[in-house]
Design a protein around this ligand. Sequence first.
Ligand code: PLP
Length: 273
Amino acid sequence: MKIWLDGALRDSDSARVSVFDHGLTVGDGIFETVKAVDGRPFALTRHLDRLTLSARGLGLPDPDLDEVRRACAAVLEANPVPLGRLRLTYTGGHGPLGSDRGDKGPTLVVALGETTRRPDTTAVVTVPWTRNERGALTGLKTTSYAENVVALARAHEHGATEALFGNTVGQLCEGTGSNVFVVLDGEIHTPPLHSGCLAGITRHLVAEWTGAKETDLPLDVLHEADEIFLTSTLRDVQAVHRVDDRELSAVPGPVTAKAMRIFDERSAADIDP
Ligand code: PLP
């Protein structure tokens, strides 16, 4: 496997990042996951815009987007797969063993994993931990994902593939790696960004293409909604058939099925290849 590290394509077995890299020692980094279909990245400009926003939020220098684009192209060309997930990681770089950053500059890694299309339906659980809608990292796609790792493990213990968080004021927020939509009386709703959720790229496209509304929703809405679905780069639009102990019937429901169809059709046209 060829990856990109600090300016060049390298063999993943011999590529080396410092053990003092701040991404490793204090989780000081940001990332993007970009879907690549037949070697073509989907919505790359939107991902690069979000990478830049996350970098600014963390006080990292703006990433060199020309280099990131070159890196993506080189990694995709060197590792042909039908459906891939490009992983862009950008960290605070080599630094001292504390929270202060060193002065050597950031580390950029671009890697590729092969993936498969996700099933159309899935089960989710709610978790007792909350997303902080007002933290310094809220809305940034940082590599500090350990809370998501713990929540996802909880989901797997219950035969689910995603865990959903409420925020500190009891509103529905997002999943560990997805945004959430609910259907109430035929209308589609998704939590607003002030719930603390990530500005998901799939969320944005689905909301634009289906007319979904941004609405403050209590976490309990998951136990009443007519239909529920998740969105993310790797799930696309995925219907939820079980939330905790609640089984939803006839999944995907008609509104979700239409959202899936619209997403498949519109995203098949190149979004900024
Ligand atoms: N929320 C979180 C916490 C995520 O990590 C992700 C994606 O990884 C999403 C939402 C969905 O965002 P996107 O549609 O851009 O993949």
